[in-house]
Design a protein around this ligand. Structure first.
Ligand SMILES: [Zn+2]
Ligand SMILES: [Zn+2]
Length: 318
């Protein structure tokens, strides 16, 4: 039996403790598309009622969804996104962007975004709010913030990374993204790479993961094209794990998760980690904007559209 261990607190880990589950991610996506009722979630996701009940309870407990009575007489309820839940919109936009660029061609309808303010089909871009430039992993440095601390990594039973069964057909979250984010460890292994951790032993100690779990996740991340290996020593031969272009493109998702985590799940002292945007020298505050007009992207000014023709299937975010 593994003993509990301590790892450095960061808000990506905190956010993933809540969100890193395939059903939670799919449920949230449906909530953003305006689904509110138990039966509608169940019909769209095709999951067992007990599984749905469990995940809804989890999201209500974390105050991401709230249960509201529709009608006091017939005991019907609906589940609405809270302010905390709606604040995941930037994460949803960055996931959508990654998926469209890196996990297309799976026979899923293409989701496009129409920005009402400029009337264009657009690309959401994560920028530094101070200088307005797009943010790349290589341009960001990190230091301890006021909430820097160590958190207990609870030992868990070994769990395989592969998702159990195919994703339901009507779901527009790609299987790859679900596998990357919908698991407790996989995204954390990818996340440490953004802090410059590349070697197996460094990864194991910074994440306090069992060797078999780390090996399993690294193998899968290589199969998915997120990491490539590079030899850093010949005798004995040693490999390090470097992010590919597809892996580096996950960075905006990590930053939006950290940003949300800093706001909603960090301790009272403040964010555990402070980021600096090196090109402008400012403390990094992120913003997600339209690549066409540079305006902000908000839930009520972005229209999701599925595949061609866009007009006939126009919908609104909840
Ligand atoms: Zn900047
Ligand atoms: Zn625009």
């Amino acid at each position: 039996m593994m003993k509990a261990a301590y790892i450095r607190a960061n808000s990506v880990t905190h956010a993933l403790e809540i969100l890193g589950d395939r059903w939670v991610l799919m449920l949230l996506q449906q909530a953003f598309f305006g689904v509110r009722r138990f039966d509608d979630f169940q019909r769209r996701l095709g999951l067992a009622r007990s599984t749905l009940t469990h995940r809804l309870k989890h999201l209500v407990a974390h105050r991401i969804l709230e249960r509201q009575a529709l009608d006091a007489r017939d005991w019907r309820f609906e589940y609405r996104l809270t302010v905390k839940g709606r604040d995941l919109f930037n994460v949803a936009l960055m996931c959508e962007r990654w998926q469209r660029h890196w996990a297309a061609g799976e026979g899923q309808p293409v989701l496009r975004l129409l920005h009402r303010d400029c009337g264009q089909v657009i690309e959401p871009v994560l920028v530094c709010a101070t200088c307005g430039d797009p943010v790349h992993a290589r341009d960001v440095s990190y230091c301890d913030g006021p909430g820097a601390s160590w958190i207990v990594r609870e030992p868990r039973r070994r769990r395989r990374s592969s998702i159990d069964g195919p994703a339901p057909r009507k779901v527009q979250v790609s299987g790859e993204l679900l596998e990357l984010l919908g698991d407790r460890w996989t995204p954390q292994v990818a996340a440490v790479a953004f802090f410059g951790v590349r070697r197996f032993d460094e990864m194991r100690s910074s994440l306090q993961l069992a060797t078999n779990i780390l090996s399993d996740r690294l193998k899968r991340l290589i199969e998915l094209g997120i990491f490539a290996t590079r030899t850093y020593q010949e005798r004995p031969r040693r490999l390090e794990y470097v992010l590919t272009g597809k892996g580096l493109a996950l960075y905006p998702i990590m930053l939006t998760l950290m940003d949300w985590g800093d706001r909603w799940v960090a301790n009272e002292a403040g964010p555990p980690l402070l980021l600096t945007h090196r090109p402008c020298g400012s403390r990094l505050v992120i913003s997600v904007v339209c690549d066409h007009c540079g305006g902000p992207l908000l839930r009520d000014n972005v229209l999701p559209q599925f595949g061609p023709p866009p007009r006939s299937t126009e919908r609104r975010f909840a």
